[in-house]
Design a protein around this ligand. Structure first.
Ligand SMILES: Cc1ncc(COP(=O)(O)O)c(C=O)c1O
Length: 297
């Protein structure tokens, strides 16, 4: 893929209510969001011209901001409309959608009571998060050194920029060792999630996934649970200790960017790319394509 930097792509960015040329959507270096990570964002995908679960994502964006102590000055409906309008303006059908809200430059200490709340939305073409060939074989994960933090030490339920600092560190460490991603445990030593996706395991025909009590309860995660139940597959949400991975047969990650991606290896543990992982990968691919689904019915 051509390596055009993201600040040099074509088209428009929705920026505080206006569509501005992509290259002109800039912020000043003295921005609170940059210095203190007072920013929240979403990651969404459009399929066939429709943004999958758009309103759920926008509601989570509002909720993430509320948890960080600020209110986004555009309603959920207004943000939904802006996303849809921008998708058309960008001339894209299958794309990634990135809204981000952040505190501005009016105050530059830790306190930011008077700072303007900004909102921008960017949409670009973004195919598979993981290499498609690798995906079918199952990706390899290392065990991360960093843990998902105790909810008393970080606003875990918010999709806040600051929480991704340890994800980038963990992903870089895994990549340096030849892995695709890393599995993070939580502060209690339980299995939590990957650096940008939730995790599921298969054992004796049932799905096991960690209870999301200190990490993101992904919209894809909830979709996969519904799809599995529709297939009559039992879904067990519970605390999972890392040693239990020894007895799991299959594993997959899921997230808006990752979609459903089988995993072949996590540290010392091995998994087969099996029937249930493949079934849910295909069910998810169908679920996100509303027009095709409607045409098939
Ligand atoms: C850390 C993390 N966990 C889980 C997810 C999955 O969330 P969703 O399915 O809502 O995209 C994401 C992706 O946004 C993520 O970044």
């Amino acid at each position: 893929m051509a390596s055009v930097p993201f600040d040099q792509l074509d088209g428009y960015i929705w920026f505080n209510g206006d569509f501005v040329k992509w290259a002109d959507a800039k912020v000043h270096v003295l921005t609170h969001g940059l210095h203190y990570a007072s920013a929240v964002f979403e990651g969404e995908r459009a399929y066939g011209g429709e943004i999958f679960k758009l309103t759920e994502h926008t509601e989570r964006l509002h909720e993430s901001a509320r948890i960080l102590g600020f209110e986004i000055p555009w309603s959920v409906a207004e943000i939904d409309d802006a996303c849809r309008e921008l998708l058309v303006k960008q001339g894209l059908e299958d794309a990634y959608v990135r809204p981000i809200a952040w505190r501005g430059s009016e105050m530059m200490g830790v306190s930011a009571q008077k700072n303007r709340i900004n909102l921008a939305i960017a949409i670009w073409e973004w195919p598979s998060y993981f290499d498609p060939e690798q995906r079918l074989k199952g990706i390899r994960l290392d065990m991360a050194e960093y843990c998902r933090p105790d909810p008393r030490t970080a606003p875990s339920r918010s999709k806040a920029a600051g929480l991704y600092m340890i994800c980038t560190l963990s992903k870089h460490a895994a990549e340096a060792k030849g892995y695709t991603d890393a599995l993070m445990l939580d502060w209690r030593g339980r299995v939590a999630e990957a650096t940008g996706a939730n995790v599921f395991f298969v054992k004796d025909g049932a799905l096991h996934t960690p209870t999301p009590d200190c990490f993101l309860d992904g919209i894809t995660r909830r979709t996969v649970i519904a799809l599995a139940k529709r297939r009559g597959i039992e879904v067990i949400e519970r605390a999972i200790m890392p040693e239990e991975m020894e007895g799991f047969e299959q594993c997959f990650l899921c997230g808006t960017a990752a979609e459903v991606t089988p995993v072949s290896e996590i540290g010392p543990y091995r998994f087969e790319v099996g029937e249930i992982a493949r079934l849910l990968m295909n069910d998810y691919a169908e679920e996100v394509r509303p027009r095709q689904r409607m045409a098939a019915e």
